[in-house]
Design a protein around this ligand. Structure first.
Ligand SMILES: *Cc1c(COP(=O)(O)O)cnc(C)c1O
Length: 392
């Protein structure tokens, strides 16, 4: 039920919901119910047969959850969205639905630790092999394509190295070879980047992060065309069953209303902190796609509105120095997750990416000195003051 607003800020608030349809309730009601009653046995039969529209059971559909699904689909310019109990529930439902045993996946050289875990499991259980490649030039990508290659799986910016991948370049290659492109758009959200507009087939999100934005819910979303989304809904979503609860959907919908405001502030703050970190003698490298000196800056400008709110940096030293630095912080919390109002800091090598074997992790550029910072929406001067005193 897309209303097609011209501006994203308006769409973020109004898409997916019309108060007039629900007793004028300004905010959406939470349909906290497991099942839906039928007027007659015949109506039940018709709903199960898909001959009559209407809800049956909350694992299959729920009105509050649908508000979120429609909102996200409208923002990503997708035909249909599906909500899940977590980002990983969304990613696993998509990848398992789109592949079968002995297929092949080509993936960006870095990615979220648990997605790596999922792909390793799919390899062990179903011989679905994954090649991790830099995806910077057409030749090296095409060189890896096999007859069984089914999916390109891309994270951009890559967590936690913050490299950006040229989506247009990769999508054009995929199209020529009839390969589906799945993009994890968690770090950017549709406010900053819309991979489907560039031709990707499916976007997945951890809505736990920027979309909900307040660190109070675990949620995931996938969006794409009707055919693919219905395939996922009817198979892995329904039968594996990692669906989102109505209350959690409501929290994400509420969070999304302020996404543009938050995202602009996250991005502005991240740029300020990048500038400061770059000048500090104890910092070796700063990785932020919004930094005009960053390697991927021109690609970022092409496909993103701004660099987003997450950056990473290497301090002088190794694991011990990184941990000492984290322990000295005063108000910045040591925690995984990102995209919350609060600034969060973590050590990928021992936390989010600890599941990746040492050698592969180093190949992905995740050294023991690398620290990931999710810059919150506090005053950047306070964030910097805390970082600076801990560095000293
Ligand atoms: C957090 C995250 C996930 C997983 O999401 P959950 O909601 O924690 O299951 C997937 N991809 C990226 C890029 C993430 O940051």
């Amino acid at each position: 039920m897309s209303k097609k607003f011209k501006h994203m800020e308006t769409a973020m608030i109004h898409e997916g919901y019309d108060s007039k349809e629900l007793l004028g309730s300004l905010t959406p009601p939470i349909f906290q119910t497991s099942t839906f009653t039928f007027d007659t046995a015949e109506q039940g039969e018709a709903r199960f047969a898909g001959e009559e529209e209407g809800h049956v059971y909350t694992r299959v559909s729920n009105p509050t959850v649908q508000i979120l699904e429609q909102k996200l689909a409208a923002l990503e310019k997708a035909e249909k969205g599906l909500a899940f109990a977590s980002g990983m529930a969304a990613i696993s439902a998509v990848l398992i639905a789109l592949t079968k045993a002995n297929d092949h996946i080509i993936c960006s050289s870095g990615l979220y630790g648990c997605t790596f875990g999922l792909l390793s499991m799919m390899d062990k259980k179903y011989n679905i092999q994954t090649d991790y490649i830099a995806m910077t030039d057409a030749e090296s990508i095409e060189g890896k394509i096999r007859p069984e290659t089914k999916v390109f799986y891309i994270e951009t910016p890559i967590n936690p190295t913050m490299e950006v991948i040229d989506l247009k370049l990769v999508i054009d290659i995929a199209k020529r070879h009839n390969i589906l492109v799945v993009v994890d758009n968690t770090f950017s959200t549709p406010y900053l980047q819309r991979p489907l507009e560039l031709g990707a087939d499916v976007v997945v999100h951890s809505a736990t992060k920027y979309l909900s934005g307040h660190g109070d819910v675990i949620a995931g979303i996938a969006a794409g065309n009707n055919e693919l989304m219905e395939q996922i809904a009817a198979t892995t979503q329904k039968d594996i069953g990692g669906v989102l609860s109505p209350f959690d959907a409501w929290l994400v919908v509420r969070g999304m209303k302020t996404l543009p405001l938050r995202m602009d502030k996250h991005s502005d703050n991240a740029l300020q902190i990048t500038e400061k970190l770059k000048q500090h003698p104890k910092i070796k490298h700063v990785f932020y796609p919004g930094d005009p000196d960053a390697e991927g800056y021109s690609i970022m400008k092409k496909q993103m509105k701004s660099g987003g709110g997450t950056l990473s940096f290497e301090i002088d030293g190794g694991k011990k120095e990184a941990q000492t630095f984290l322990n000295k912080l005063q108000f910045i919390n040591i925690a995984v997750s990102l995209g919350d109002t609060e600034t969060l800091i973590q050590h990928p090598a021992t936390m989010t990416h600890a599941v990746i074997p040492d050698e592969q992790r180093r190949k992905m550029g995740i050294t023991d000195a690398l620290i990931r910072l999710s810059v919150g929406i506090e005053a950047w001067q306070d964030i910097w003051e805390d970082l600076e005193q801990a560095l000293t």
